[in-house]
Write a protein that binds this ligand. Structure first.
Ligand SMILES: Cc1cc2nc3c(=O)[nH]c(=O)nc-3n(C[C@H](O)[C@H](O)[C@H](O)COP(=O)(O)OP(=O)(O)OC[C@H]3O[C@@H](n4cnc5c(N)ncnc54)[C@H](O)[C@@H]3O)c2cc1C
Length: 460
């Protein structure tokens, strides 16, 4: 490897690249990492972390409302968006510095520059410098995609800009039905904006369990978010400092902000992939094998740029597996099954494993256990909300193959359920555990009756 300037060049300092670079360096490799924007990548700078901070901010509204039922008088609450954004920015800057320091402590050389492949062993930086590397890791992540071009699309913002708006927009139209769209709907509404979600599909959160989709939509609507499905924003017109969003259904919505959360595309363009012989997969990401190796044997790719499972913990796991495989002498393939996931909507969603529909398509016999109830906390407050908990069980083996929760704390609960699903726990194992009372999660171990249809349960 000494013919090269470095053993490993990492393109992109996000969740996956940072982890891969650090572990490779700790294993003794000479590592250089290029980042064109800010170290930490999407998750830290304009994804999971700032989003969760805004979610926390948005949930105070409900807490203030609930407080009255518990005897509290919250005389005057007011919210200041610039304060929230400034505090959030300070925390993100602290995290960025911490990531940088961790890399430097591990001996990784960081270059703040765009980097592209010049050939299979050469990376070119923005200033023209070239670095020769034995191995190259592409971890360039993804970027917001606005879908098909429409008139006035230049007036729309993506999640990137949503984190830096100067003021809270009083009226917001969000196009999209995925988790980012739903989460921002909850954030803006919780902070006091009037929100309309517009989604071209038949219901929000495609890919999630159908009961979850129906239940969340119902609860979002109860909390004042308007949800229009089966249509899309066809044009945006500026009217002074406001905007008119023309929907394909013929409706026109006036808004202070039109946000498009219509998915993300892998950052594969103009980084020298084609010229170097790195193939693109059908999913639009870099094509890789189970060890994240591309079609060029010394070039690997991990994280969102491969468009496999686009979540931070997955990118981190892939980065670690790459370093162990190439520099640790331990070939490690990442298991992409049973990845737990959450939607930090209002109320929150947590899910792991198969949806009911997937289970029915894959298994000979599927049993479903489902419970809906008003959470104890909402009894005194009078909040109109219902928790949904659902277990999907393989009827032949009794294995719990899926769990889906809508309600406060769903994400925290699902993280633990994910361990049991990974351990191949059975419904009998769940039943054998004693309930912890009074909690929401206790329902997971007390469900005895196989479930009626969701529609009937919802009506009861
Ligand atoms: C709004 C939002 C909310 C999210 N919330 C969650 C969540 O709650 N939980 C969760 O698990 N995931 C969440 N995600 C997804 C998560 O952020 C990504 O899956 C994760 O960041 C992927 O990591 P990565 O290393 O593949 O890419 P990224 O983190 O995107 O990092 C790629 C980096 O490469 C840099 N780069 C790109 N091209 C070049 C180049 N040519 N040269 C140099 N640098 C380059 C970019 O600037 C970027 O910093 C969210 C995403 C968004 C957008």
């Amino acid at each position: 490897m000494s013919d090269y300037d470095v053993d490993l060049f990492v393109i992109g300092g996000g969740s996956g690249g940072v982890r891969a670079a650090r572990i490779a360096a700790e294993l003794g490799a000479r590592v250089m990492l290029a980042e064109e924007y800010r170290v930490g990548g999407t998750c830290v700078i304009r994804g999971c972390v700032p989003k969760k901070l805004l979610v926390y901010a948005s949930r105070f509204r409900g807490e203030f409302e609930d407080a009255a039922g518990y005897g509290w008088t919250v005389s005057h609450s007011s919210f200041d968006w610039p304060t929230l954004i400034a505090n959030k920015d300070r925390e993100i800057a602290r995290l960025e510095a911490a990531y940088t320091a961790t890399l430097e402590r591990a001996g990784v050389a960081i270059v703040k520059s765009r980097a592209v492949l010049a050939d299979a062993h050469t990376v070119q930086l923005a200033n023209g410098d070239r670095v020769r590397a034995a191995y190259i890791l592409i971890s360039t992540g993804g970027a917001p995609s606005y879908g098909d071009p429409i008139p006035g699309i230049e007036h729309a913002i993506s999640s990137n800009e949503a984190f830096h708006l100067p003021q809270l927009p009083p009226q917001v139209v969000i196009q999209g039905g995925g988790y980012v769209a739903v989460e921002f709907a909850g954030i803006f509404a919780g902070l006091g904006a009037h929100v309309t979600l517009v989604y071209r599909g038949e219901n929000i959160l495609r890919g999630f369990d159908d009961d979850v989709r129906q239940h969340l939509r119902m609860d979002m609507e109860k909390h004042g978010i308007r949800v229009f499905t089966g249509c899309k924003v066809a044009a945006i017109e500026q009217a002074g400092s406001r905007f008119s969003a023309h929907l394909s259904s013929g409706n026109r919505l006036t808004a202070d902000c039109v946000m498009f959360a219509t998915g993300r595309k892998p950052n594969v363009s103009k980084i020298g992939l084609e010229e170097t012989g790195v193939a693109i997969a059908e999913n639009g990401g870099v094509a890789v094998d189970e060890y994240s190796r591309t079609t060029v044997s010394n070039i690997y790719a991990i994280g969102d740029v491969t468009n496999r499972v686009n979540l931070t913990p997955v990118a981190i796991r892939e980065g670690a597996a790459f370093a162990d495989t190439v520099f640790g002498g331990k070939p490690t393939a990442v298991d992409h099954s049973n990845v737990p996931t959450a939607v930090f909507s209002d109320p929150e969603v947590g899910a792991v494993g198969l949806t009911e529909a997937q289970a029915r398509a894959q298994l000979k016999q599927t049993d479903v256990y489902r419970v809906m109830f008003k959470p104890l906390k909402a009894t005194l407050s009078g909040r109109d909300t219902t928790v949904l908990i659902k277990l999907v069980v393989d009827g032949l083996t009794d294995r719990v193959v899926g769990c889906h929760i809508v309600g406060e704390g769903a994400a925290e609960i699902i993280q633990l359920v994910a361990i049991t699903v990974k351990m191949r726990a059975t419904k009998a194992d769940f039943d054998a555990a004693l309930a912890l009372h009074p909690t929401t999660a206790e329902e997971l171990v007390t469900m005895r009756q196989k479930s009626a249809s969701y529609a009937r349960a919802a009506a009861e």
